[in-house]
Design a protein around this ligand. Sequence first.
Ligand code: ADP
Ligand code: MG
Length: 248
Amino acid sequence: MDILTINGVSKRFGGLKALDNVNLKVKEGTVHAIIGPNGAGKSTLLNTLVGRLVPDEGTVEFDGAPLLGHKPHQINQAGIARVFQTPETFAELTVMENVMIPAFARKDGAFRINLWGRANDRRVVLEEAEEILEDLNLTAQRHQRVDSMSRGDKRRLELAMCLVQRPKLLLLDEPTAGMSRADTNNTVDLLKKIAKRGITKVIIEHDMHVVFSLASTVSVMAQGTVIAEGTPEAIKADPRVQEAYLGG
Ligand code: ADP
Ligand code: MG
């Protein structure tokens, strides 16, 4: 089943067509990579999926319902979470406090919980948050203030803040950008570790090693449109892809 269907989405910035008739489907439970040269429109596409940008044309269906026209917080409530290129966390709060905010804010029906909810429900949320911090190697820092943490720690925290929301779809925009090879490998390991949660992921990634380690399907974007799609192996061998990178 497709959890996300993007149909004919276009977006102009003045004279520039940043997205030009994008068609893309994401199967539930998969890791779907989007690759392509700088300026191909990858981040613009993600921005339309989280409601930060409204496309000029096209439709998007998420989990069986139309997505476009909704506000970012509504899209988030519907089950789409996003890890930003620059981590967005609450600097003066501790790691645990940062994780508890999205955990208690979520509304997924099964857990309609708030800070004044039943103690039992609160414990379930807390236990899950602890487990996620453990998976992301943040347990030792749980009482540390975020402004005293490294950028890499903040990135892991932001991922934790997404996971506690139990999203149906997680969007990651270049999660390894600017990282050393060692940090990139650690990030791949963490993303593999959280795969047990079964969350569908769309990952924009420039590092082919990361794409090959994680993704089952790859879409290639160039000049605002999808030029090729397939398994990582097929994509690697596709002459159109090589041309897009060399020409881009
Ligand atoms: P990618 O993420 O693939 O590198 P982007 O989606 O960031 O590419 O950008 C696609 C094109 O749209 C680029 O040419 C970029 O300069 C342009 N662009 C992106 N956002 C804006 C904006 N808010 N205003 C004007 N141009 C933009
Ligand atoms: Mg980008």
